[in-house]
Design a protein around this ligand. Structure first.
Ligand code: FAD
Ligand code: DHB
Length: 391
């Protein structure tokens, strides 16, 4: 096979890139190790920034999201038994977030790509990249029991944190920055009506908790836990007791209970590789960077990367300009580090540090009270949370 841009990974980054390239007449093939069923049912993110929604809308990929997603104009910060609303739209000139599950975005992107005749090869095994610093890089893999290759002009590494793309860059030509956290998130899906009209980010002496939503009948809740804990240690009753302890307010608010039908634990890290390019390989999304989920930035950063990358490929193919490809890494790193910092800041402000210095909790409460009381502080949070403009 031969294509202009070989895309490794059918996550939000790879799928969206393929769409944006097709609109400019640039050909691509997507290779994905998992099955279509699996990528369409893995539960992950839920919050889309205004810029991500705008990008999906411009690309004609937002019909179902507009019908079924929920636009939120504020969030609540909850601490010391009280809620404090951050008016996202009022503080950002009308910008907002949309709550729409990542696997729904994936379903929409896969369907639209296949309907348009796009090529996505699912369940590709043993994917390897070669010739990355030559004119025609190659992707080799096993598909339907046969060894195959795709010769490309360029390869987009959109294969997430554990993929092959970043690993294909020689160690001497990259720097990896990483911070691990001593805590993770326990996430559940519940059959219940919404407990709140807006998301609640709660900081409690026992740890962080988050109330999010999926629909009128399904809710998404998270609470801070030990990343090495086992879901088997958390029968439903223990989960509800813990959520009540962390979320209840002085005025009697309680989270609405229901049947829990999904449980999972996620670890947290901050991670960036520099640069995001090696020869004809360009990294985008989680392949290049990870944020702790507290700022809801991961999927949105992936979208911002591929917007810049798609435009750089377009300029290369339509005008023969290579400067945008050459500056891709430096361009996206500015936004990446801004989001990394914001995600670290939200995480530090809201979580319990298990072996932390007792002064830490005092600093956190002082910061939370400041965001609740100062319009300038709240605006800083709001601008970053709804998402800074995409390049
Ligand atoms: P991925 O989604 O990881 O996709 C990579 C794809 O590549 C996968 O399908 C994988 O199977 C495939 N792949 C891997 N290796 C290979 C290979 N060798 N060959 C071919 N294919 C390969 N972000 C937000 O913005 N907002 C949120 O609210 C939010 N909440 C989150 C909640 C949870 C519980 C989790 C886990 C994450 C959350 N995130 C959130 C982060 C977000 O899910 C990721 O940042 C996003 O999925 C990144 O997209 P991606 O396309 O770069 O990578
Ligand atoms: C969700 C995930 C997040 O990481 C976050 O900050 C807010 C909401 C969610 O899955 O709904």
């Amino acid at each position: 096979m031969r294509t202009q841009v070989g895309i490794v990974g059918a996550g939000p980054a790879g799928l969206l890139l393929s769409h944006l390239l097709a609109r400019q007449g640039v050909s691509s093939v997507i290779l994905e190790t998992r099955s279509r069923d699996e990528i369409e049912s893995t539960i992950r993110a839920g919050v889309l920034e205004q810029g991500t929604v705008d990008l999906l809308t411009e690309a004609g990929l937002a019909d179902r999201m507009r019908r079924e997603g929920h636009v939120h104009h504020g969030i609540e910060l909850r601490f010391e038994g009280q809620g404090h609303r951050v008016d996202l739209s009022g503080l950002t000139g009308g910008r907002a977030i949309t709550v729409y599950a990542q696997h729904e975005v994936i379903k929409d992107l896969v369907k639209a790509r296949l309907d348009a005749g796009g090529r996505i090869l699912f369940e590709a095994k043993d994917v390897r990249l070669s010739g990355l610093d030559e004119r025609t890089p190659r992707i080799s893999f096993l598909h339907e029991g046969r060894a195959q290759t795709i010769d490309c002009d360029f390869i987009a590494g959109c294969d997430g944190f554990h993929g092959v793309s970043r690993a294909s860059i020689p160690a001497a030509l990259k720097v990896e920055y990483e911070r691990k956290y001593d805590f993770g998130w326990f996430g559940i899906l519940v059959e219940a009506p919404p407990s709140s009209k807006e998301l609640i980010y709660a900081s409690h002496d026992r740890g962080f908790a988050l109330v999010s939503t999926r629909s009128e009948t399904i809710q998404r809740l998270y609470f801070q836990c030990d990343p090495k804990d086992d879901v088997a240690n958390w029968p439903d009753e223990r989960i509800w007791e813990e959520l009540d302890l962390r979320l209840s307010t002085e005025d009697g608010w309680r989270v609405k209970r229901g049947r829990i039908f999904q449980k999972g634990i996620i670890a947290m890290r901050s991670f960036v590789v520099e640069p995001l390019q090696y020869g004809r390989l360009f990294l985008a999304g989680d392949a290049a960077h990870i944020v702790p989920p507290t700022g809801a930035k991961g999927l949105n950063l992936a979208a911002a990367d591929v917007k810049v990358l798609a435009r750089a490929f377009e300029e290369h193919y339509t005008r023969g300009r290579s400067d945008l490809l050459e500056s891709y890494s430096a361009t996206v790193l500015k936004r990446i580090w801004r989001s990394e910092h914001f995600s670290w800041w939200m995480t530090s402000m809201l979580h319990r540090f298990p072996d932390g210095d007792p002064i830490q909790r005092r600093f956190q409460l002082a910061e939370l009270r400041n965001v609740a009381a100062s319009e300038a502080a709240a605006r800083l949070l709001a601008e970053n949370y709804v998402g800074l403009p995409m390049a």
